[in-house]
Write a protein that binds this ligand. Structure first.
Ligand SMILES: Nc1ncnc2c1ncn2[C@@H]1O[C@H](COP(=O)(O)OP(=O)(O)OP(=O)(O)O)[C@@H](O)[C@H]1O
Ligand SMILES: O=C(O)c1ccc[n+]([C@@H]2O[C@H](COP(=O)([O-])O)[C@@H](O)[C@H]2O)c1
Length: 209
């Protein structure tokens, strides 16, 4: 099984990395593709450039077996829709290998507002990572979308290429990229909320001041 974690990664931080590693290990993934978005379709544009966010991502995962920075959204013009990314991954990987789209609980709460959510489930499983501050209650529409698709064990995802939803417990790390940017803007250290190698790039590029 291959994992896919999309994000703005402005910057990548421990709240992305440790939960991704938890999923990697708990689900027995062969690899995790970390996919920085190019043009956000749902939020303000990132502060750091695509090249800077990719460089920070590559520095963060350097030396971690199975973690792969995947620049396909950065190479695709227009809005970075996850549906298009999964179509492109399927063209590369074929239709049979199970794909697991990792998504934080806060992002999952808005999932039915995404472009072609049901078709996304036709291309991948969804692995919802609990996140501090994100409610675990689902609204009725999301609850009904989940019914019939929910599974309790990682092994259930390996049986089929796509279409199932798993809530995965991960290390709860109360950090967001917004908080990291805010600390730096105020002249405070973000140390230990994200890798030192990423902090070095932020300092060298004068980001987020
Ligand atoms: N601390 C965290 N724990 C679990 N999941 C997280 C955490 N931080 C981010 N994620 C998830 O990682 C993905 C990418 O997140 P993103 O790059 O937007 O980071 P962010 O910290 O939420 O950014 P921002 O504060 O700029 O909105 C999303 O699915 C998000 O829910
Ligand atoms: O495809 C969509 O319609 C869509 C809508 C909202 C978010 N996403 C993706 O969800 C991922 C997490 O988004 P974010 O804002 O938490 O960085 C990122 O890869 C986005 O491109 C995708």
């Amino acid at each position: 099984m291959i994992g896919v974690l999309g994000g703005t990664f402005d910057p990548i931080h421990s709240g992305h990395l440790r939960p991704a590693l938890d999923c990697f290990q708990a689900l027995g993934l062969e690899e995790i593709r970390l996919v920085p978005l190019n043009v956000a379709v749902h939020r303000a544009p990132p502060v750091a450039s695509s090249a800077q966010r990719l460089a920070m991502l590559e520095a963060a995962i350097a030396g971690q077996p199975g973690f792969v920075a995947d620049p396909r959204e950065l190479e695709r013009p227009g809005g970075s829709y996850t549906y298009d990314t999964l179509i492109s991954l399927r063209a590369e990987l074929g239709g049979e290998r199970p794909l697991c789209l990792l998504i934080g609980a806060d992002a999952f709460a808005g999932f039915l507002g995404w472009h072609r959510p049901a078709d996304i489930l036709g291309l991948a499983h969804l692995v919802v990572m609990r996140r501090p501050g994100a409610s675990e209650a689902l609204d009725p529409a999301l609850e009904s979308f989940c019914s019939g698709r929910l599974r309790g064990r990682a092994g259930d995802l390996a049986e089929t290429p796509a279409g199932r939803i798993l809530f995965q417990s991960v290390t709860q790390i109360d950090v967001s990229a917004t908080r990291v940017r805010e600390l730096i803007r105020r002249g405070l250290s973000p140390r230990w909320l994200l890798p030192d190698a990423v902090i070095s790039i932020i300092a060298a590029e004068g980001l987020y001041r």
